[in-house]
Write a protein that binds this ligand. Structure first.
Ligand SMILES: NC(=O)c1ccc[n+]([C@@H]2O[C@H](COP(=O)([O-])OP(=O)(O)OC[C@H]3O[C@@H](n4cnc5c(N)ncnc54)[C@H](O)[C@@H]3O)[C@@H](O)[C@H]2O)c1
Length: 360
């Protein structure tokens, strides 16, 4: 097992990464001094696979556990599902001494985290991410929230977990398409922040695809370390943290236009990164060889590169309404070579977008 710390003063916490560590959750909660009643928030898919292990670990430490199951899917990341969580917390008898264990992917983690941030004005929560995307990205850094019918993640709070426990064995049951979404976010860290990680990924595509645990431990640890260091410098995204949106401006538009679910978040990010790499090379921020190296890595994992064929006006409308828009432009993240970035305000979205043609 490897551990690292997210240093945020009194809100600091540890991230533990290893194999077969799910059954240590009860002991971990005791060691953290969590005394009250825990509520496990999960969904039926994950519950069928991992709930009994997590519950019996908490039981064996003498906790009286409440279980709250919410429906599976991004479409349920809503205020009505959040209400279901509050109902479960209240009927389970949780008080201010209680805490939440978020067991699942990014949807469960974001919603359970937001419930923890708001229930009784805030109770602790523990992240137990079970998708690669949640392990390398969403469980770290304290962004919690739900979707609104007018847009994704519009309601939320910055609220850090008490700890994060990442059991790599949970990836054994994850569908490959979901796994690849996490790979896309990991490639992102390499492209804009860490050339070594990028090169490591280039050299380990086959190992990762067969879920080699040593390789997974390395990339999850590196990804969490990179995210932790960004969050430590800019917890509330007033500057540097925006770099983590690399590939997301165009990716978000692709996701919205395709209809949520048709193109998954990580797949849309892969397309957005291929386009960002193209634009970065066009502006002279990187070489053609670096651009090819980036699109080549994305393609080797079988992730998509080409931007779906929707009218440019539709893309522009969504990008202009994107919440990353500031004043009269959009803060666009370009890669500078591989391992570095430039954030630039782009006001002429039309000309930016007309440069996006199929990247393959
Ligand atoms: N908070 C953040 O900083 C942040 C960052 C990135 C993404 N997100 C959010 O994360 C969400 C996406 O998360 P996700 O990609 O984990 O999707 P998800 O939570 O929907 O999980 C994907 C699917 O995998 C299933 N699943 C989870 N673990 C499994 C396992 N071990 N075995 C088998 N099946 C399993 C889930 O039930 C679900 O059907 C989005 O809502 C996005 O907005 C948040």
């Amino acid at each position: 097992m490897k551990s690292l710390r997210v240093g945020l003063g009194e809100r600091s916490y540890a991230i533990h990464i290893g194999e077969g560590i799910l059954s240590g959750i009860g002991r971990l909660c005791r060691d953290l001094g969590l005394k009250g009643m825990p509520a496990i928030v999960t969904n039926p898919t994950v519950a069928a696979l991992y709930l009994s292990q997590v519950k019996s670990s908490l039981d064996s430490e003498g906790y009286h556990v409440t279980i709250i199951e919410i429906p599976d899917g991004e479409e349920y990341k809503s205020s009505s599902t959040l209400d279901m969580i509050y109902d479960g917390l209240i009927s389970g008898g949780l008080d201010r001494g209680g805490f939440i264990v978020a067991l699942g992917g990014g949807v469960v983690g974001d919603m359970a985290g937001f419930a923890a941030a708001t229930f009784l004005r805030g109770i602790p929560f523990v992240q137990v991410p079970t998708t690669l995307l949640a392990q390398v990205d969403s469980s770290v850094g304290g962004k919690t929230g739900i979707n609104h019918r007018l847009g994704k993640n519009l309601i939320g709070a910055f609220y850090q977990p008490a700890t994060v426990l990442i059991d790599l064995d949970t990836l054994d049951t994850l569908p490959e398409r979901e796994f690849l979404c996490g790979v896309a976010e990991t490639i992102k860290y390499g492209i804009v922040l860490d050339r070594e990680l990028f090169e490591y990924l280039l050299g380990t595509v086959n190992d990762l695809m067969r879920l080699d645990k040593e390789t997974l431990l390395h990339i999850v640890f590196e990804a969490c370390s990179i995210k932790a260091s960004v969050v430590e410098k800019d917890e509330r995204e007033s500057g540097l943290r925006a770099v983590l949106n690399y590939g997301h401006t165009i990716g978000h538009a692709v996701e919205t236009l395709s209809g949520y679910g048709a193109v998954k978040h990580g797949e849309a990010v892969a397309i957005g990164m291929a386009q960002a790499a193209r634009l970065s090379a066009q502006r002279g921020y990187s070489t053609a060889a670096e651009r090819e190296s980036i699109t080549g890595l994305i393609a080797r994992f079988g992730l998509p590169l080409d931007i779906p064929d929707f009218p440019m006006e539709d893309y522009l409308k969504i990008i202009a309404h994107d919440k990353k828009k500031r004043d009269d432009g959009v803060n666009f993240i370009f890669n500078q070579g591989i391992g570095n970035f430039i954030i630039e305000k782009v006001t002429d979205l039309r000309s930016l977008f007309s440069d996006c043609t199929p990247a393959a």
